[in-house]
Design a protein around this ligand. Structure first.
Ligand code: SAM
Length: 334
């Protein structure tokens, strides 16, 4: 559906309950047109909380000296995959800070080990900015998808959220390289970051429309106490859900997760995100002791210890929303 800037801005700002409900209904319809009732699972593995970057919003930034750091070994990562596979998950998402210890060679080895043990599964990477050559190497080893949020499509705003060593130009270069390499690529942004305006949110929608990523992540900014943005309020729940619905309408074929951040600001956040058009759930397979240390923001929701119980609860939640857990790979519709 084509929406002009004025219509988009009106929907972003509307507080009218029936208008918001009809926006969500349109988003659900757009999802259903391509994916029916299917909701897909991705097993998330947060394999390192070391990061060389210093993003002002993120709790695992390198300047946060208070955080205890960890790295999972290749065997520990494979164990997470095995646990996920037993639960029926056909996608593993390897997410982490930009950790130079995980050199191209080490990452290639890990990807290749997962690929040979799980030839049919999808391997998604969420490991930040790399050279085109590295992206190509990971792809050859068997990675299929890559999540890299653009965070904001404005050069000025990007510079207010990141140190000078990071540029929007490079982020966009990465996203182009990922697409051209053949990855199903995910972009996205946080809602409610410092200095964000409604016009910037509109620009984020337009950027996604132009990029046409196969996946899109939208979730509220949540402050972390040991970052420069500690005192900034979290993003608004209703605005986050409206943005998710608008992303669904603009990118009807996208795979859109019900993010952990939404569940962190609202206990029924996952249900609300599904109601607004999300179609992916990402249960966390990271060992409990490690996932507590993957503190990108304060009070991050950690799923129950027991992965089986957690999975069953999610299945139940999806069914009671009138949707169907789909244990397929859930590749993007082209
Ligand atoms: N290093 C990789 C990268 O930058 O893509 C993956 C890890 S990074 C922590 C994953 C995402 O977490 C970022 O794209 C960002 O949008 C989100 N994030 C970081 N800090 C956040 C915060 N304070 N509130 C909400 N989301 C946050």
């Amino acid at each position: 559906m084509q929406l002009n800037d004025d219509e988009l801005l009106r929907l972003i700002t509307t507080e009218d309950k029936s208008e918001i409900e009809s926006l969500f209904a349109q988003a659900r319809k757009a999802r259903e047109d391509y994916y029916g009732k299917s909701i897909y699972f991705r097993g998330l593995i947060e394999f390192t909380n070391y990061c060389k970057n210093d993003c002002y919003y993120c709790g695992i930034r390198c300047s946060n000296s208070k955080l205890e750091r960890y790295r999972l070994s290749q065997n520990e990562i494979l164990d997470c995959c095995r646990r996920g596979d037993k639960l029926g998950y056909k996608t593993f998402v390897l997410q982490g800070g930009e950790d130079p210890w995980f050199s191209d060679e080490r990452l290639a080895q890990i990807i290749s080990a997962i690929r040979s043990e799980f030839p049919e599964h999808a391997i998604t990477l969420s490991i930040g900015e790399h050279s085109r050559g590295s992206y190509e190497l990971f792809f050859r080893e068997g990675a299929n998808r890559f999540l890299l949020r653009h965070e904001t499509s404005s050069v000025d705003h990007y510079a207010k959220l990141h140190p000078p060593s990071m540029t929007l130009e490079n982020r966009k270069r990465c996203l182009r390289d990922l697409k051209e390499t053949g990855y199903q690529t995910g972009a996205g942004f946080m809602v409610g970051t410092p200095h964000q305006t409604l016009e910037l949110l509109l620009a984020d929608l337009r950027y996604l429309e132009e990029l046409q990523p196969e996946m899109a992540g939208v979730g509220p900014f949540i402050p972390h106490k040991d970052t420069p943005f500690a005192a900034h309020p979290a993003g608004n729940l209703s605005l986050s859900l409206k943005m998710l619905a608008l992303v669904r309408i603009i990118l009807p074929k996208a795979l859109i997760p019900a993010t952990t951040a939404i569940s962190t600001i609202a206990s029924n956040g996952r249900e609300l995100a599904l109601n607004a058009g999300a179609n992916v759930i990402m249960p966390n397979l990271t060992p409990q002791t490690n996932k507590k240390l993957y503190q990108i923001y304060d009070h991050k929701l950690t799923d129950e210890d027991d992965a089986v119980e957690n999975h069953l609860r999610l299945v139940e939640m999806i069914r009671s929303a009138g949707l169907e857990p789909d244990m397929g790979r859930g590749d993007a519709k082209r």
